[in-house]
Design a protein. Sequence first.
Length: 569
Amino acid sequence: MSAKTHAKKKPNLRPHSSIVLDGAHRAPSRAMLYPVGFRESDFSKPQVGIASTWSMVTPCNMHIDELAREASIGVNAAGGKATIFNTITISDGISMGTEGMKYSLVSREVIADSIETVVGCQGFDGFVAIGGCDKNMPACCIAMARLDRPSVFVYGGTILPGCLNGRNLDVVSVFEAVGQEAAGKISPKEMHAVESCAIPGPGSCGGMYTANTMASAIEAMGLSLPNSSAQTAVSSQKVKDCRDAGAAVLNMLKRGIRPSDIFSREAMENAITVVIALGGSTNAVLHLLAIAHSANLKLTIDDFTRIGKRVPVLADLKPSGRYLMSQLVEIGGIVPMMKELLGAGLLHGDCLTVTGKTLRQNLAGFKRYPKNQQIIAPVKKPLKKESHLVILRGNLSPGGAVAKISGKEGTRFSGTARVFESEENAMKAILAGRIKAGDVIVIRYEGPRGGPGMREMLSPTSAVMGRGLGKEVALITDGRFSGGTHGFVVGHITPEAFDGGPLAIVESGDSIVIDAIKRTLSLSLTKKEIATRLKSWKQPKARYHRGVLAKYAASVTTASLGAVTDAGL
């Protein structure tokens, strides 16, 4: 729907809060709000929630309480009444490689549910959602889609790099140092030096990992303000972004703009395009599918193939490239790149955004990148002509799998399976030097239901890179990968092993072929041999019988459907 359509509307600015707060019979509700700082005049204002994912469990979110207060100032200055509330958050980086990582993807659902619950219960007319780490960002968008109330997403911002002997460091530097130390390439003292200075303060992991990928995708969808995705966590720009977001919600209320006016097939295609151009995380596939589901939009993994055939990779950003997000911020962020993509006919410019303007209108006032910058290549001279996100099918992944192929590791890998029933067992083998060139590491029973929770495999993939085997070894799994993962890796294999997918019957010594050109993942067995093995396979017992992981395993869909928990309702 165009911005012009909304300009003439004069909607009720308090469609939800009036039900909760207005009239003599709502006196008890008002009485409950005086102690938390309400004045009598506040009850007649639009009520705007500020969903803060603040937590001291991770540097990604440690500053978001301050950002929430800035967003609150923006709401109040624009004539609304802001109320800050919290959700949970967890740390992927801390839990990586442990049983605790099983809660990571689960937290996306918990956070989305909690935002929906608070906004719905309190009768907020709109809200600002502030996220700073991998799962709370798509969770915010899922909640925005479900609630369909005027709302704006704010990204907490990227971290600045650590520095050691003149070399920029980030969290992936530490994971790879573990492999380097195990291989005897660095000393324990040198590893400790990396560990102690890689993460200098607040903000999300500094490469084009999942947080920066999703922030960019969300901006491309039109759910955050222009260049919100390309700001450092501690900066005057991020403070202004928060205040402007608060005011933007009031503008959306006045103009009758809701997320359902912004969500569209074209907006999702814009998000996919930007993710590809930036060389973004495989997790974007999972999260964009989940967001589309919540917005009642039809999006499939095959759309990533269709769009990927015409969209090039432009960004030379970590993990596969040389630069950090903070360096992209310094040259203008993602907006100049989006402007070039629009000019090349690769973005839908007429999509409405939270500014009340179209994407094309938002981009019009921004300048091009400075000359001689090396971070973003021109569309006509890309780093890679097609997407690095490759959807693979074949007798090992009939329901699809997601590969991250930058091109630096090649486009085809043929090797011998080394099968592990868990991430921990694979990690032990890698660190002990039992993985050799030509091996295909197979990690199974780590899918959404089998894990449960679909753990990220940053620890084993980083250990492989640290041992210098990045081009000699492949890794495939029904789990998933961190945005920091690079190398020859395939995840999201569907059906997962726990559901009797072919991955369940792979044996060590089998031959596996990954072909990014043909887009296939193949086990060198006949259909008859595969059928015979599957016939004798027995599903393992569920690992959890109570609590959140058990509930998640009972309701979650496959990765190829976004691993959502409300599809069967």
